[in-house]
Design a protein around this ligand. Structure first.
Ligand SMILES: [Fe+2]
Length: 446
């Protein structure tokens, strides 16, 4: 009996201390040093067990929203009541629930309920499971203008709190997150603290996420299932977009088609992701969605010394598909800094290629990636190792304004901004891309 307890204690020790340490070391890159990170905020569970915690919402297909939350009490039903007047719920919907185990950790009951049809640009009030506080959100508009907040590699530190406070000062419509959410790194209670940490923001506006390396959480032999917590907690509308995996999907909002790709699942030309992407791009109607935006985790273009080259194989596999489709912007995370490129295709400036932006600077516990390659590349128009977030205001069918807001401690300062013109209207690009002459390199017009 004693021997069994001792071996259990040793196993617990390995899970709690050794594996996260190993995981962290695997992520760390020795080529650059980062400033001391700010402390992690451990948001406590302080509600009754039947009350919802970690409430967050995401777009769930046309005119629908998915409401996700967790209860400790397993008897709470997966029901959401909602309406346009506070306290008066004229509609309700029933959804599904799940839970998962990870070594010695058992999750609470994780609820996912799709509600709708909802009116656009409208405030709704809702209650989860029939217990606890009322929450509220606003649906995105059905037409331009629309505003996106973009922040990657969030974590749950004091820096993250500053970033989200700045994000929350604007009346944005949808948050886009290009991977690396909680930085739990196998310590599952950190997924719970993260869910509680982001709830004030993620219950209020739809958060559309894709996954990063910190979501993988698999180990050879002892835990081979990747993305277990991520898939259980953050389901995205993959069914709704014809995908068979939560790791890649797309959605339309106002006149923007957004594609979320998976940097850590197969993307070669025989893969399910490649075939899905090809089919998804073929269905894009630029008359209906003039703007085409893609998110990945590991950047395809970066002049930071951190994680150099890690996105190359994905770029080699998929860049031509995006170029042919005349994608407007590609956002990436992973590198903890900000960088904006000119329009690029195949490592050359090309006015028919996407603008590439790295925005992995949400504020996680690992700190910043301070070192950039020298001399600077002429393709890289702005680069800075600071925490912050981005805003993409799509004003109409042709013009959008992108800005990057650096965290200056308690203030948010616009450090970079640019007007963008959609490629959907460019006859020259349409003809150039159709003619498959990627070597035609045009001066960038930004
Ligand atoms: Fe990452």
């Amino acid at each position: 009996m004693e021997g069994k307890r001792w071996s259990q204690n040793v196993s617990l020790f390995l899970v709690i201390f050794f594996i996260p340490l190993l995981f962290h070391e695997l992520q760390a890159s020795p080529e650059y040093s980062r400033p001391p990170p700010r402390r992690i905020i451990y948001t406590p569970h302080d509600r009754p067990d039947s009350h919802p915690q970690q409430v967050h919402i995401s777009l769930g297909g046309k005119d629908h929203m998915r409401v996700s939350w967790l209860t400790i009490d397993k008897s709470v039903p997966s029901i959401v009541e909602y309406g346009k007047i506070s306290g008066k719920y004229e509609s309700s919907a029933t959804g599904e629930h799940t839970s998962y185990r990870y070594f010695f950790y058992s999750s609470g009951k994780i609820h996912h309920v799709k509600i709708g049809p909802l009116e656009s640009d409208t405030t709704y009030y809702y209650r989860c499971g029939g217990f606890g506080d009322e929450f509220t959100f606003k649906t995105p508009p059905s037409t331009f203008p629309i505003e996106f907040s973009v922040a990657g590699d969030l974590g749950q530190t004091e820096w993250t709190a500053a970033t989200l406070a700045h994000v929350n000062k604007t009346d944005y419509d949808v948050l886009l997150l290009p991977g690396d959410l909680s930085y739990a790194d196998s310590q599952q209670p950190l997924w719970d603290t993260f869910g509680r940490f982001v709830e004030p923001y993620a219950s209020h506006r739809p958060w559309m996420v894709t996954q990063g390396n910190h979501e993988i959480e698999s180990f050879p032999i002892i835990h081979t299932q990747a993305f277990k917590a991520y898939n259980a907690r953050w389901p995205m509308p993959f069914h709704e977009s014809g995908s068979t995996s939560n790791l890649y999907y797309s959605f339309d909002v106002a006149g923007v088609h957004i594609i979320m790709l998976g940097s850590y699942t197969d993307f070669n030309s025989h893969s399910a992701q490649f075939k899905w992407l090809e089919a998804d791009l073929a269905m894009v109607d630029r008359g209906r969605t003039p703007w085409l935006v893609v998110l990945v985790h590991a950047p395809w273009y970066s002049t930071n010394t951190a994680h150099q080259g890690e996105g190359d194989s994905m770029r080699n596999a998929l860049e031509e598909l995006l170029y042919k489709a005349r994608v407007d912007i590609v956002f990436a995370g992973h590198v903890h800094a900000y960088e904006r490129f000119t329009r690029v295709f195949d490592n050359k400036a090309n006015s028919c290629g996407p603008v590439y932006v790295t925005i992995g600077d949400g504020g996680n516990r690992e700190g910043l990636a301070l070192m950039f390659k020298k001399p600077p590349s002429p393709l890289s128009l702005f680069r800075e190792a600071s925490f912050g977030h981005g805003r993409l205001r799509v004003l109409n069918r042709t013009h959008a304004h992108w800005s990057w807001h650096r965290n200056d401690d308690s203030d948010s300062t616009v450090a970079d901004d640019v007007w963008l013109e959609s490629l959907s209207k460019s006859k020259l690009c349409e003809e150039t891309v159709k003619a498959q002459i990627p070597s035609v390199s045009l001066n960038d017009e930004l």
